[in-house]
Design a protein around this ligand. Structure first.
Ligand SMILES: Cc1cc2nc3c(=O)[nH]c(=O)nc-3n(C[C@H](O)[C@H](O)[C@H](O)COP(=O)(O)O)c2cc1C
Length: 209
């Protein structure tokens, strides 16, 4: 055919499965933010098999206190070591957290701080951040997490953004904290696909170097 080229089409890179460490900043039992993580896990199982959500529970972490380091033969307390191992082993991160008083929830900030202790286990990975909050939709929480991520070398997906007004105008979660709103589900799907694409860019950029 005129104008056709004999050059071989560039080989398509096989999409690898990415482990996503998903962290909820809420410790409540019927927690909307953990509901977002459950919804993300179900979505990935059903339709984005290249992403594997690993929900990393942070409720057992002690409050950050460097007096707890280097005791009993361990650098960190056992729960902190286990948490840091799960973070270190992830390809990328999904943070889902309520906004508390215009900022990051205490439990999430505590987890970010434990992971930051040298050697920083967050560095050089892609992340997405979503928030199910009050009427604010968690915007200030999301931007504060992004700000902390600057120092921790976490690279956030810029768009789409993940602000969810959890209970306004009507609740988007049932009594057990399960996501029941199709629009929020679609928003979450687009965020996960964007995280997947960005994480792969970072990973392939590194291996190509
Ligand atoms: C201590 C505290 C402070 C809060 N501050 C805010 C806030 O600044 N902005 C906001 O939109 N919602 C605020 N909320 C509401 C929570 O973000 C909202 O209830 C959220 O859905 C809780 O998430 P969860 O269901 O995952 O626990 C606050 C709630 C608590 C308990």
């Amino acid at each position: 055919m005129e104008g056709s080229t004999t050059a071989a089409a560039p080989a398509k890179r096989a999409k690898r499965t990415l482990r996503v460490a998903a962290i909820s900043g809420s410790l409540r039992r019927a927690w909307a933010n953990t509901g977002l993580i459950r919804a993300a896990a179900k979505m990935c199982e059903e339709s984005i098999p290249e992403l594997q959500i690993d929900h990393v529970d942070i409720s057992d972490l002690p409050l950050v206190n460097t007096d707890l380091e280097n005791t009993g033969g361990n650098v960190f307390p056992v729960a902190v070591e286990a948490f840091r191992d799960r973070v270190r082993g992830a390809d990328c991160f999904l943070f889902a957290s309520p906004e508390y008083n215009y900022s990051i929830s205490g439990p999430l900030k505590n987890a970010l701080d434990w992971g930051s202790r040298p050697p920083n286990v967050w560095a050089d990975r892609a992340a997405a951040v979503v928030s199910a909050s009050g009427k604010s939709g968690g915007k200030r929480m999301v931007y504060h997490v992004r700000q902390v991520g600057v120092f921790l070398d976490i690279h956030f997906v810029n768009k789409p953004e993940g602000f969810v007004q959890a209970h306004y105008p009507a609740s988007k979660f049932d009594g057990d904290g399960n996501l029941i709103d199709p629009e929020t589900e679609e928003q979450l799907r687009r965020i996960l696909l964007s995280l997947q694409a960005f994480a792969l860019r970072l990973i392939h950029g590194k291996t190509a170097a």
